[in-house]
Design a protein around this ligand. Sequence first.
Ligand SMILES: N[C@@H](CCC(=O)N[C@@H](CS)C(=O)NCC(=O)O)C(=O)O
Length: 237
Amino acid sequence: MTDEITLVQFPRKLGVPNPSPFCVKLELWLKLAGIPYTVEVQTMPGKAPKKKIPYIIENGREIGDSTLIIEHLSKTRGIDLDAGLSPRERALDQAVWAMCDERLYWYCVHDRWLGAGWPVIRDTFFGGIPSLVRPIITSIIQRSVRKQLWNQGAGRHTPDEILAMAKRDIAALADIVGDGPYVHGERIRSIDTVVYAFAVNMTEVKLDTPFTEAARAHANLVAYARRITEKYFPELG
Ligand SMILES: N[C@@H](CCC(=O)N[C@@H](CS)C(=O)NCC(=O)O)C(=O)O
């Protein structure tokens, strides 16, 4: 068994470590855990073991899902970034983790694929497709995202309702971060990988929408994302 793993993720775009918060979460976690990794870029989720990106390759074995990967690596390599936290603190972190991954994520998806972020997303990700077929391909993709949002539930609400819900989650994140420097104070913990992944994808991402504006209204969330980018992704400036 070798220590090093391959992190398979989307290419870096939009001025953030990754436009996918799940990729940012996992990459920051690997850095904090001190696990050496090389990045392989993949744009086709269909090639991933769970048909979603990111995934890792460890000794030839593909493992999908950022949270399951973190659990797997924590267990097999004896890593606990949360040592010393109480069961209640860990439980609350679990709730925040779920809020980000399973709720806030979908508001972000709505903003980017069906909302005000779409023109930039379309040009950034699909600008290379020949212009004759581009509208056909992008409308197929939008239709699939609309279906996912409907099935998840967020897609049944109006854009205003979605934004209002997003604003409540964003305000909760800002309150959780507080004065920082990290969620639990001086020491960065596993929950920071998730909170940062979303914070950076709302405050530093090169998108100007009511959703990103709502996040940028929280100066402490902006400062938190900046702090972590500067320390762990200094190449982003
Ligand atoms: N629960 C997964 C979620 C990953 C995920 O949703 N990835 C998105 C990109 S942000 C994806 O690959 N979507 C492709 C698709 O749904 O077809 C994780 O934590 O890794």
